[in-house]
Design a protein around this ligand. Structure first.
Ligand code: 4GN
Length: 226
């Protein structure tokens, strides 16, 4: 999977070079290519934004500069995603669908936004990571890279994406590790029995119980199954 990121702040993407994603990059399972939009300013002052037509606060990113940055990447067969509070809210279903693409171009806005004409020209899909406003699309782009990369073959050990929260539409069951007694609290007996079928049944029941208690909204769309 290749991620091309169009941003004014490529330095903000250091976190994706750590831990599991860092290893995935080293193993060439994913590629994160950062394109600095400012490099495409023709202006001698490297200007990338300007005041809004019609007046108002803040600055708007210039369409020609963003377009030139986009054209500099090989974009045939790539899907262009604009991270914005106006997009469709990201969820595990969307993450799974996007993981089937080979090449995603992530467009990060900053300041008050990007001129609408270039968005209309190049954006295939607008995605939000939740109903709140951030100073830029960089953190949402990293959220998308992280969540999508987990579905790329070889990035995670075993089949961890199959078992986890949301893959079945439910929350994950509680997990325990040593010591067997912590501050007077024991690990549930069933987990020490070695009875795999019973353990699986207990975990399924816990998943449903946790979901009912913490996220009943997730059960609403599941038609009587639980
Ligand atoms: C995305 C971008 C929030 C989200 C953003 C989100 C930058 N804030 N909820 N801020 O996913 C104007 C230009 C605001 C882009 C945008």
């Amino acid at each position: 999977m290749k991620f091309d990121v169009l941003t004014l702040f490529p330095e903000m993407f250091e976190p994706v070079k750590q831990s599991i994603l860092g290893r995935a990059i080293e193993k060439k399972l994913i590629e994160v290519n950062l394109i600095n939009i400012r490099d495409f300013s023709k202006d001698k002052h490297k200007k990338v934004d300007d005041t809004p037509y019609g007046g108002g606060a803040g600055m708007i990113m210039k369409p020609d500069v963003v377009y030139d940055a986009y054209k500099s990447i090989e974009h045939e067969n790539a899907k262009v995603i604009y991270l914005s509070p106006q997009g469709h809210t990201l969820n595990q279903k969307i993450v799974e669908r996007l993981s089937k693409e080979n090449h995603l171009i992530l467009l990060c806005g900053h300041y008050e936004g990007i001129d609408q004409r270039v968005l209309d020209k190049i954006v295939d899909e607008e995605i939000s990571i939740g109903d709140y406003v951030l100073t830029g699309g960089e953190i949402p782009a990293m959220v998308l890279i992280d969540s999508v990369s987990r579905y790329v073959e070889g990035v995670l050990k075993q089949n961890s994406t199959q078992e986890e929260s949301f893959s079945n539409g439910l929350l994950e069951y509680p997990q325990y590790t040593r010591p067997e007694v912590f501050e007077g609290e024991s690990v549930p007996d069933i987990l020490l029995t070695g009875h795999h079928q019973n353990i699986e049944k207990w975990r399924d029941e816990k998943s449903i119980e946790m979901t009912k208690k913490k996220r009943p909204d997730l059960l609403k769309n599941k038609q009587s199954k639980y």
